[in-house]
Design a protein around this ligand. Structure first.
Ligand code: ADP
Length: 403
């Protein structure tokens, strides 16, 4: 059987111009277009098919389409053609499969094929449109390699980060343990120093000269400051290692406020600071009494410390729904806005604005915040430099039996 070649470019000569335009269209497309008859022989092709498969037009015409299918796929190909003949419709070929075409020289290249039925005088021909996707595949492969490389690098980085984290955590734990044990060891001799300096200053063992009294006074003052610092370090290391446990109980909140104020009164009076109690909560509070006193003391102590002579410091507390709202306010030097978050960090002290007041440890507010949060509460500050500060905290009002 010989094959006429209606698709040959020269065949246009005796045809109408519309047909010639159709033919040009066929040859202009970059995809290879082949028509295959019922026996699998190529009946029509375009120029792209010649270029793609490396055959001449004459060689391709009448050639079994299996010749452009890789040998490894040929056995399945006949079956596919049969199944297509059973359900002929326009669809992509081999969805999900990696299809390949084979050139005349035997080399293979990746393709994407779509099929359409073409009925000619009752016999089924199939039009295959074949796209060479070598370029796309190579871009995809490059992308995949890059992605794999990137993922591998990320995995390594993550592992390094994880190792670093564990190292940091371990170092942090060791530091906390070290601080705790050191603080503990330091306290014992310090108590001796304080105890004996107190004895000396009481002059029960004989009178001291004025100079000696001054010296003993310095020893006492600095030793007490050191003890305060050590206690706070011990406190924070206990909190950070999760070893600080609250011992909640029901207690009279008003009395607790009175006690704390009594403890600060002398300090306030020495600076001529007016101390006011505006508490309106007179019920019992279920919380760790010692820690609540510590919180209030820290805040009041700061308020007095950072308020100049003749100022005012007050504490207010009121019930609002299920919470106890406490505020400790002063007319002191205030805290610049950009520092207001940092003051709750460990060892943070506001630079120059404390006006030379520097006798603290920078741990008080960090401990206070931890203690408030351990109680399920929250603390915040509002302040204006030169006008004063107001520390506000909310503690949940918990029933003893529910806690
Ligand atoms: P310190 O031992 O220095 O008081 P804190 O943690 O209690 O440490 O406070 C941290 C810093 O926050 C203080 O050094 C001070 O700069 C600032 N600060 C705290 N309370 C007040 C306040 N009432 N008025 C102004 N500044 C304050």
């Amino acid at each position: 059987m010989t094959y006429q070649d209606p698709s040959a470019p020269g065949a246009a000569r005796h045809e109408s111009s519309l047909e010639s335009r159709y033919r040009k269209l066929l040859h202009a497309v970059p995809d290879a277009i082949l028509e295959v008859d019922q026996d699998g022989r190529i009946t029509i092709l375009n120029e792209a098919a010649e270029r793609m498969f490396g055959y001449t037009r004459a060689e391709l015409l009448g050639l079994n389409v299996d010749s452009v299918v890789p040998a490894s796929m040929r056995s399945g190909h006949a079956e596919h053609r049969a199944s297509y003949a059973a359900h002929p419709k326009t669809r992509p070929m081999g969805t999900g499969l990696e299809l390949q075409g084979q050139r005349k020289d035997g080399s293979l290249f990746p393709v994407e094929i779509s099929l359409s039925p073409n009925w000619i005088e009752g016999s089924l021909h199939v039009i295959a449109s074949v796209r060479d996707i070598t370029e796309r595949k190579s871009v995809e492969n490059r992308l995949r390699t890059l992605r794999e490389q990137y993922t591998a690098e990320l995995t390594v980085k993550n592992e390094q980060l994880e190792a670093r984290n564990q190292e940091v955590e371990r170092a942090n734990r060791l530091k906390t343990e070290f601080l705790a044990s050191m603080s503990h060891e330091l306290r014992t001799p310090l108590h001796t120093i304080i105890g004996f300096s107190e004895l000396l200053s009481e002059q029960l063992e004989g009178p001291l000269t004025e100079k000696q009294q001054r010296f003993v006074g310095h020893i006492l003052q600095d030793a007490r400051h050191l003890l305060e610092l050590i206690n706070e370090v011990l406190n924070i290391s206990k909190i950070e290692s999760g070893r600080l446990e609250l011992k909640p109980e029901s207690f009279d909140f008003s009395q607790c406020v009175e006690e704390v104020m009594a403890g600060i009164r002398h300090q306030a009076a020495s600076k001529n600071i007016q101390l006011e109690n505006q508490n309106t909560f007179h019920d019992s509070l279920y919380a760790d009494r010692v820690r609540i006193k510590e919180i209030l003391y820290n805040l009041l102590n700061n308020a007095v410390k950072f308020t100049p002579e003749g100022g005012r410091v007050w504490i207010g507390a009121e019930r609002q729904g299920e919470g106890l709202h406490i505020s400790v306010c002063d007319t002191g030097i205030g805290i610049p806005e950009k520092e207001q978050r940092s003051i709750f960090e460990k060892f943070y002290q506001v630079g120059d604005t404390t006006g030379g007041v520097r006798e603290g440890t920078g741990l008080g507010l960090a401990i206070t915040k931890h203690l408030v949060e351990l109680h399920g509460g929250a603390i915040s500050v509002a302040s204006q430099p030169g006008k004063g500060s107001s520390f506000r905290l909310v503690l949940p009002l918990i029933q003893e039996q529910a806690a």
